[in-house]
Design a protein around this ligand. Structure first.
Ligand code: URA
Length: 238
């Protein structure tokens, strides 16, 4: 039976949760055309060896004072990540936006509000069994796309966060998170809907909440992705 997306969400009890209460939607940059993936630019960068030995506090301090790419010249502060350091769930986004740059925490703007609603729909709340981080720790000016050299410079921080947190499931939100972690140039539509692995950790790709703000009809696909992630986690626990 073909059901409209709104009705499907309502049937699943998601619609009120997924509806954004705030009226104003901050301007967000259009998605770049999918061409070469950022994943292919991942490479060893000078100093990454030190990062691989750091504990979480040293890593946090390193991010706060990081000058590994030019973004440090324009950012307000490094945005490390937030949540339960023993979490099963790791959510990976792209880069801090303007609000995150101001407050020093990932996903606190409009996209973050939608992310919180998405998480509530599968029984998760910020700070409990959940850690949130980005590929880039510094805000790209004007919310432009991350550049390959910025991803290459910053990815060792995320890799070390994953090593230390040892999540049981990773949800990669958006093209940059997916391509960077899976080292691929494949489009998000090819990558979503299946189980991947980052090293030995199951990984599910889904749309970025900022994309969903512009394309609410795709929320149903994200619901499917969240359910896939949850079932992989339950499989792992069984
Ligand atoms: N978008 C992201 O990818 N990360 C954030 O922290 C905020 C918006």
């Amino acid at each position: 039976m073909n059901m409209p997306d709104d009705e499907r969400l309502r049937t699943l009890g998601l619609w009120p949760v997924w509806h954004l209460r705030a009226a104003a939607v901050e301007p967000i940059s259009s998605p770049a055309p999918v061409t070469a993936g950022v994943g292919q630019y991942r490479q060893a960068v000078a100093g990454a060896d030190d990062i691989a030995d750091m504990d979480l506090e040293a890593l946090r301090q390193a991010v706060l004072s990081c000058r590994r790419c030019l973004l440090h010249e324009t950012r307000t502060q490094g945005v490390f990540g937030v949540g339960d350091i023993n979490a099963d769930w790791l959510i990976v986004g792209e880069a801090p936006g303007a609000e995150e740059d101001r407050l020093g925490e990932p996903f606190v703007g409009q996209a973050g509000k939608l992310l919180d609603a998405m998480l509530v729909s599968i029984g998760l709340t910020r700070g409990t069994n959940l850690y949130i981080a980005n590929v880039l720790k510094s805000h790209p000016p004007g919310n432009r796309d991350p550049k390959p050299d910025e991803v290459a410079a910053c990815i060792p921080y995320l890799e070390r966060q994953i090593d230390l947190i040892r999540p049981k499931i990773i949800l990669a939100m958006g093209r940059f998170a997916a391509q960077s972690l899976l080292v691929t140039g494949d489009s998000i539509s090819r990558l979503r809907g299946q189980a991947h692995r980052y090293r030995d950790v199951p990984l599910v790709v889904t749309y970025h909440p900022a994309y969903l703000l512009r394309n609410p009809a795709d929320k149903a696909k994200v619901w499917d992705d969240l359910c896939l992630a949850k079932s992989l986690l339950m499989l792992d626990a069984a």
